[in-house]
Write a protein that binds this ligand. Sequence first.
Ligand code: ATP
Ligand code: MG
Length: 566
Amino acid sequence: MTINSENKEMAKRPNFIHLQIEQDLEEGKNSGRIHTRFPPEPNGYLHIGHAKSICLNFGIAEKYGGKCNLRFDDTNPAKEETEYVDSIMEDVHWLGFDWGDRLYYASDYFDKLHQFAVDLIKKGKAYVDDQDADTISRQKGTPTRPGFESPCRMRPVEENLRLFEKMTAGDFPDGSHVLRAKIDMASPNMHMRDPIIYRIIKASHHRTGDKWCIYPMYDFAHGQCDYWEGITHSVCTLEFEVHRPLYDWFIDQLMDSDYRPRQIEFARLNLTYTVMSKRRLLELVKEGYVNGWDDPRMPTISGLRRRGYSPESVRNFSERIGVTKVDGMIDVSLLEYSVREHLNKIAKRVMGVLNPLKVVITNYPVGETEELEAINNPEDPLMGTRKVSFSRELYIERDDFMEDPPRKFFRLAPGREVRLRYAYFVTCTEVIKNEKGEITELHCTYDPASRGGNSPDGRKVKATIHWVSAAHAVKAEVRLYDRLFNDENPTGHKDIDFRQFLNPESLTVLKECFIEPSVRKAKPLDHFQFERLGYFNVDYDSTEENLLFNRTVPLRDSWSKFQNGK
Ligand code: ATP
Ligand code: MG
């Protein structure tokens, strides 16, 4: 199956969130203002799922001439770090979006949230509970059985105020007291059963330092932050649908106008062969299964970037998968397809040999070199041509030769003629082996009349192979990546840990590759297509002396149903 123009058309259609926004615009809500936000918790690096949310939220702002805030939900100092904040900003920018002067932190609102909590206590709508966590959780009931009320629920306002003040002052140890909203212990919605809104965490916060030793719960911060920032459409993933009545309840207590953010939920992105949770990705990093958050095998945005994915391809992918209300699993091949599709348009073609086999052209003059013309990108004539050097000693791909070929193998074999791309027809005349019987070198003759790879007399060859000139090629290390997991749904097995499905062959390092010299001056992240092999990019650690390439994607998908070009 190939992805045809129909899919592209689909991608341009408005999704259900766009339609709801357009309806709000028609009804004149919020005086026509459109304001969204992307609210990551800085407790890890962003992954491709977040990219979907970023594209959606910033995309809405672009589409309707609105604004999109970046807001860090930094309500839990125990798990959050500045390193994550910085990486998140870099990733959003790399995807091509900008929050302008609208960078916020939930911690910007700690004073306001605290004041709001005090107001709730004064109105008799919040109380301090000093039971232990287990007891509180037991009293919560189950989805089918109502909870029962805490003995602390009837504490007088004055006592609650005094206790909350002592919590704030750091007079109590972690976990000893919490502040709870007084809502309804019998509500069919568990989130409404007197949820905890403040807890004691005696940890330094990456922005507020030691000013606070109590921190608001995410649920108590998120909706109010939206409200204070004037967010009109609060787009989030489906699991927050059941939290919506609680967010509404808080806003009802706070309301000083008719305005309120409209929450719209969509299905999170799940990808086959991929783990998509910051917690699990952190485990892979900490336990050394990968080389850091930006390991090119990681589904993090920084990993995809290092691997050579372009921001355009990630955005195209987000468009293509659309936005729905139903949880599902997207084939990772579709992401790889989007990557190939874009790199095909922009990547310069070069020749590179990953598993070199030496070829000597015995009838080519010793010491001579000539320059042959090669096309930089057949998809884009504006990218022009370049010269590649040809000489008597070359490298070809070991796989492109077979001494005793089966019927369907059309590439080089003893006595057989093939075309060297952009160069000449060559015929294999002799196979040289070492004492162990391994092939070390081939001898070939070339036909000088076939210069440029053109047939001199209409005779045909069945294969065209790539090559580099041994004297001119540059040596490079090439890293081939495969899927990190060899199971479609590594976290979907009840009693099997996802680590069991790590693919032992996810990384192959080739130390002795030879690439045409035009790549020598390439900069980190530059893209290339190595002809017949795939798309590659220059790694961050690459230098002119130690060239280092990552394979972004092979030219064809060898794993699944999206077969291109076959
Ligand atoms: P994870 O579950 O991977 O740890 P998270 O939801 O805890 O992610 P947040 O930092 O809270 O991560 O997410 C920021 C925003 O990104 C939220 O609005 C969240 O809904 C959205 N988001 C997270 N994961 C996905 C996903 N897989 N697909 C789409 N949106 C996502
Ligand atoms: Mg979260």
